[in-house]
Structure formats: C-alpha cells, structure tokens
Design a protein around this ligand. Sequence first.
Ligand SMILES: *Cc1c(COP(=O)(O)O)cnc(C)c1O
Length: 214
Amino acid sequence: MSVAERLAAVRQRIARACEAARRDAGAVTLVAVSKRHPVERVREAFDAGQLVFGENYVQELVQKAAQVAGARWHFIGHLQRNKVKMVLKARATVETVGSLRLLAELAKRAEEPQSLLLQVNVAGEDGKSGCSVRELPGLIAAAREAEKIELRGLMTIPPFDEDPRPHFAALRRLAEEHSLTELSMGMSADLETAIAEGATIVRVGTAIFGPRPE
Ligand SMILES: *Cc1c(COP(=O)(O)O)cnc(C)c1O
C-alpha cells in the first residue's frame, strides 16, 4: 500500500472513532509521525493532504522542515536545552515539555508566541519522560505566566504493556481540572481508544509510513 492509501485508511479510522464517540471528526488533529523515514515519504503524505508531521529528533525535524514547504511540525521527542533554539526557529509545536528547566529555556528564548503541551507521566513509571501528576500544577502555572508561551494542553505516552484506557482517561481528567483543551494521546495501535477518551491530537507513525527503518 502507498503512503496515500495508508493515510486514507488512518483518516477513516479516525472518522469512525469520532462517530462512535459522537465527536466531530474535525476535532481530532492527525500528527503523522515521520521519524526515521526519508523526506520523500513526508512529501508523499503532504501531497496527499497531510499538513502536520511529528519528529523525535530536532536535527531531523529541521532538515525535513526545510525540504517540505508548507508543512507544520510537532516535536515529540526528548528536547535537550541546547536544541531549544533550533526547535523554536522551525516554529514547531513542542509536545514534550516535562520540566521547569526546559519550560524556562523555551520561555527565555522564544521571540514569537510558542505553542506547547506538557508531557505527563500519568502512570508514574520509573525513568519515563514527562512530569509527574504532582508536578503538573507548578508547570501549568509557570507556563501560564510566561509571556511568549501558549500552553495548549497535555500529552502522554501510556505504559507499553498495559491497557491504555485508564491512562488516557486520567490525562483527560487532568486537562479538565486545569481547563486545558488539547489532549495529545493515541498512536497507531490505540488511536480509537484515545479518541473515545477525548484525544484532540493523535500521533500516528507506523500505520501511515509502515515500519521504521533502523
Ligand atoms: C514514534 C512515536 C509515535 C508513533 O508511534 P506509532 O506506533 O508508530 O504510531 C507517537 N508518539 C511518540 C511520542 C512517538 O515517539
């Protein structure tokens, strides 16, 4: 199957999940996760109408962004503070802010309004990225105080070996509690569950681009 065909199938899955959840299909943004795939695949998806792409490495994001004019980018990997300038320059939405230190660096360096999501380690897994549920209110307050920061919502990656549903539901409750609108959750395997729990952004790689090259 071509990228365009797989993309159409993913869009259909999203539409069906929205219908089942009685939600407007336009309420869910598809982020096509192109990490490790060549820029030609990104262009194929872009030519098939996909506008938003996700990358885990700043260098890769910057390179691809320079080659696909008109695409928008979400950064979904671990962001090192010395790469903040690059990610800001690419005008990427950063979905993976999980510490006050990183937030402060983004706030300090941003010259234009910068969209971001806070990544939450909802399951409290050891060694996992994202802030803890306990740390979240402090990060939200700091993000709301920062002049150039536009806090959009929350993002999570549930544990690989568990039913994701309770973790998605937990993220939704946290967003509601803090009046945040965007919920980035759900990937190739579980986007339907995420949409049922209120996802407004799904990050889908494999189902669109196939297995990632090593
Ligand atoms: C790679 C990745 C995805 C996409 O995962 P698939 O299972 O290939 O859909 C989504 N979110 C994050 C944070 C990722 O790193």
